[in-house]
Design a protein around this ligand. Structure first.
Ligand code: ADP
Length: 502
């Protein structure tokens, strides 16, 4: 054992309160070898350790490796800030507002401001989706975090927008997007960094193409010239980490989201953990609730955030065709999932694929149910392929499917309550400039019975109403909207009221 004069933590196996003792060398006392340690009798008595007991010595954990957590629920983080608990900050000798360097996978680094967040568990760091993408990490990965050395100011930076993010918009994005984003924010940037700027009716993602000086990281300060190259937007590569909705896009289902993450994300990401512990991760989860409550969205978010391959199977669609075609299609889906594992198979309207066999009229249904059962029973890649079924009629499902080892976990995704509705309203208005008179809580109260998809259409209807008022300013023939017009749009309470009523 390497003996330096640091504090080692020694705890008796299973003992709750660890004790910290000073490490001494092995000279002069009873002989210790690489599988024994020596302690005084008093210390042993204090720690309730007997001669010959097995003890665990916990050395210094490399304290700078932190677990990546999402940015929900704590202090607000953006693409140039991260949140940590005060304990973690003290351990890492980081102060509020310090610049920290995060090192993720493939030696990718990002520099961000650190903020204390009391809701962040110790040993974790909350990162925005953008930062996670920049350093190629996902939730639950480890990142190395340390205080950054001095970061100098940039003379110039060159920024380009992502092509898909400016589709349909014309005009100068500098004034409405980039200027406010960089103004007085002293943002640290690095060549290759991507960042998302919300605003107007639309969020635009940009990439830092070049910096001068071309250091690892530079600060965009007051006198930095920001060059914006709108002529050559960036094409998105296939392996972009961020695609599909994230957890922050699903509202009103906190509890269910936490449960499903535990059931799906953990086994997808750490299959070894489960095989070692002999725990059987779920193969199938049934989400039930009325249409439009976000079941598909939830499954997509889990897949996107955990990096799993996602396959959607629409129940009624797969059921058609010539004899044997439905079963063959199901087999194909399971084979694809196996090949691309970790995967999530999403069976939408699973009740149409697997109706109760006793009540099913057709031979086809009976055969398809049996095929599905066989495929689920045969899932070899335990925990690496998860089947999520969605239905609004759980009771019409074949009971055999709800047994142990199949869809044996069920989650109720019900109609959202007032708090849930407000959360969903906030999600769907986050890219809209809202007038000061907008009272989302009021809208949340007035929309009793609305599900997520109703709220999503309510918000786009409000935006549409706002656009209609400006129609005379727009050139209908033009296939892009000028950014000045976008800039002049503000959704006010009347637009929302109108949308509630339609
Ligand atoms: P389901 O699968 O339950 O029928 P979807 O996930 O297809 O519902 O929802 C349709 C759309 O409605 C989503 O793409 C999203 O825009 C919106 N939506 C539904 N539920 C929610 C929610 N809980 N949070 C945010 N948006 C939601």
């Amino acid at each position: 054992m390497a003996m330096d004069y640091s504090t080692a933590i020694l705890e008796r196996k299973m003992m709750k309160a660890p004790n910290r003792l000073l490490v001494d060398d092995s000279e002069g006392g009873v002989a210790v070898d690489d599988s024994s340690v020596a302690l005084s009798e008093v210390t042993m008595t204090e720690l309730d350790i007997f001669q010959g007991d097995l003890v665990t010595l916990r050395g210094k954990r490399p304290p700078s490796r932190l677990l990546v957590d999402d940015s929900e629920g704590g202090v607000a983080v953006d693409d140039s800030s991260v949140a940590l608990s005060e304990v973690t900050m003290t351990e890492l000798d980081i102060f509020q507002g310090d610049l920290v360097t995060l090192r993720g996978k493939r030696r990718r680094e990002a520099v961000c401001y650190a903020h204390a967040d009391e809701s962040c568990p110790d040993g974790r760091v909350r990162l925005s989706r953008g930062v996670r993408g920049n350093i190629h990490v996902r939730l639950g990965d480890l990142v190395a975090v340390k205080r950054s050395p001095h970061v100098g100011n940039a003379r110039r930076v060159l920024v380009r927008p992502f092509e898909d993010s400016v589709k349909g918009i014309s005009g100068d994005l500098f004034q409405p997007y980039l200027r406010p984003y960089f103004k007085d924010a002293m943002r640290p940037v690095k060549k290759g960094d991507r960042f998302l700027v919300r605003g107007l009716m639309h969020a635009v993602e940009f990439r830092v193409e070049d910096t001068d000086p071309a250091d690892e990281c530079v600060i965009v300060a007051r006198d930095t010239e920001v060059f914006y190259d709108s002529e050559n937007p960036v094409k998105r590569e296939d392996d972009e980490l961020i695609d599909g909705p994230g957890y922050e896009d699903v509202g009103g289902v906190c509890k269910q989201l936490a449960q499903i993450r535990e059931m799906v994300e953990l086994p997808l990401r750490h299959p070894k953990l489960f095989t070692t512990l002999g725990v059987r991760p779920p193969k199938g989860i049934l989400l039930y609730g009325p249409p439009g409550t976000g079941k598909t969205l939830l499954a997509r978010a889990i897949a996107a955030e955990s990096g799993a391959h996602f396959i959607v199977v629409n129940g009624p669609e797969i059921m058609g065709g010539v004899a044997g075609e439905s079963e063959a299609n199901l087999r194909k889906v399971f084979a694809e999932a196996d090949e691309h594992a970790p995967s999530i198979i999403f069976l939408d309207e699973v009740d149409s694929i697997a109706p109760n066999r006793e009540k099913a009229h057709g031979e086809v249904e009976r055969r398809v149910v049996s095929q599905l059962l066989t495929l689920m029973d045969g899932l070899r890649s335990r925990g690496q392929v998860v089947v999520i079924g969605a239905t609004n009629r759980p009771n019409s499902l074949d009971p055999a499917l709800r047994r142990f080892g199949r869809f044996d976990r069920e989650l109720d995704i019900g109609v959202p309550d007032e708090v849930g509705r407000l959360e969903i309203l906030r999600i769907h208005t986050k890219n809209m400039p809202l007038a000061d008179d907008v009272d989302l809580e009021r809208v949340g109260k007035d929309t009793h019975g609305f599900v997520g998809s109703d709220i999503a259409s309510l918000c786009s209807e409000a935006a549409m109403q706002c656009i209609r008022e400006k129609l005379d300013l727009m050139d209908i023939e033009d296939d892009t909207i000028s950014v000045e017009i976008l800039n002049s749009l503000t959704v006010c309470m009347d637009h929302l009221r109108f949308a509630v009523e339609v």
